[in-house]
Design a protein around this ligand. Structure first.
Ligand code: KG4
Ligand code: ZN
Length: 355
């Protein structure tokens, strides 16, 4: 039996979890900083770091207690190394280094992006990972920091099929919510407000889909762009003389139409990529994957001969269970990190997965 303590501090959630053998989540504690960042309409990196500093020890203690174990029973410390906000990442990483050194435990630095993909596997069970019929796997990772389609082969090799050339989908939702004075984070508030609106009321642009009279360049077939839809919302508000001038129903219609545009692109590109690459399994993970309409739409549009695995909501948004779970596969290979590892803000080139 292998027990791994995972730590996550890449953005605005301080999280710790204990996972047994890469699959059994014994505890999954998340402390959110939403209320601290809300007045600013987005995450303030400095503030995030200070909040992580306050929360990391209590969150770790709670995760160990909930799992019914002590640090002496832990086999390794896993921590998000990147990508993410540097000041935030450094808190978790240095805390993890201290724990590992102090208790003479191996340290495992984890790629947050790959961890999001792994989070979806808590639903289907680890045995499915070794089932060759599940491959190739197409993963849509859609969060505040990322929007990408990656292909994972039976040989664990990874190929990035498409990625955003500007903003992530979550960022587009967060920015629109800020423009409309709806609060932070944008995804959940937009989802709620959109329920009262007509998604066909306004036609927001669908980036890189070959619309608007411009043919789509082949290299952008599976890439995403959300800066256009964001700018369109800015002009939509300006044309009304400011967001505050939109009457209640127009506001709901605007939000519903905007959400529709974002979801439409995500679903169409994912379905097209699944067909093009002959994916046996399609996974959706990351914070935006919490969106109920997106979950429904992908389920409806993806041909039934593909296995669809949508990450359980609690593993969509940032958490440490996905970090500890993924780390188990590094642990088995004795792929440990040195105490001198650095955090990294950007996604490095992804070539393979450890599971
Ligand atoms: O994965 P995550 O917690 O952090 C990153 O790695 O970025 O994703 C956060 C993003 C935010 O942009 C947030 O607005 C979005 O996920 N989000 C949602 C929903 N819940 C969170 N977007 C759409 N619908 C939701 N229900
Ligand atoms: Zn994330």
């Amino acid at each position: 039996m292998t027990l791994i303590l995972g730590l996550e501090s890449s953005c605005d959630e301080t999280a710790a979890a204990v996972v047994k053998d890469g699959t059994e989540v014994l505890s999954n504690v998340v402390s959110s900083q939403i209320t601290q960042h809300a007045p600013f309409g987005g995450v303030v990196p400095e503030l995030a770091a200070r909040e992580h500093l306050k929360a990391i020890q209590p969150v770790t203690d709670a995760a160990l207690e909930e799992a019914g174990c002590k640090i002496s029973g832990i086999d390794a410390i896993a921590v998000t190394q990147g990508p993410g906000l540097m000041p935030a990442l450094l808190v978790g990483l240095n805390f993890a280094k201290g724990l590992a050194a102090g208790h003479n435990l191996p340290l495992i630095g984890i790629n947050h992006f790959t961890a999001h993909i792994y989070g979806a596997f808590f639903e289907i069970g680890a045995s499915e990972l070794s089932n060759p019929e599940r491959y190739p796997i197409l993963a849509l990772v859609v969060s505040g920091g990322h929007t990408a389609l990656v292909l994972i082969g039976k040989d664990k090799q990874v190929r990035v099929a498409g990625t955003t050339i500007d903003d992530a989908a979550g960022e587009a939702l967060d920015k629109a919510a800020k423009l409309l004075n709806l609060g932070y984070p944008g995804g959940p508030v937009i989802e709620k407000a959109a329920k009262s609106g007509n998604p066909k009321a306004f036609n927001f642009p669908r980036g890189l889909t070959g619309g608007g009279g411009k043919p789509l360049a082949p290299e952008h077939r599976f890439n995403f762009s959300f800066s256009g839809v964001k700018t369109a919302m800015l002009y939509h508000c300006r044309n009304a003389g400011g967001a505050e001038n939109l009457d209640e129903q127009t506001l709901y219609d605007s939000v519903a139409s905007y959400q529709e545009a974002v979801i439409d692109v995500l679903v169409k590109k994912t379905v097209a990529a699944a067909k093009h690459f002959g994916a046996a399994t399609v996974i959706m993970a990351g914070g935006v994957a919490c969106n109920s309409l997106l979950r429904e739409r992908l389920t409806e549009k993806l041909p039934k001969n593909r296995n669809l695995v949508i990450s359980p909501k609690k593993y969509c948004t940032d958490n440490a269970a996905m970090v500890a779970g993924l780390a188990y596969h590094h642990f088995q290979e004795k792929d440990f990190s040195g105490i001198d590892i650095d955090a990294y803000p950007r996604l490095p080139e992804l070539t393979n997965v450890p599971f």
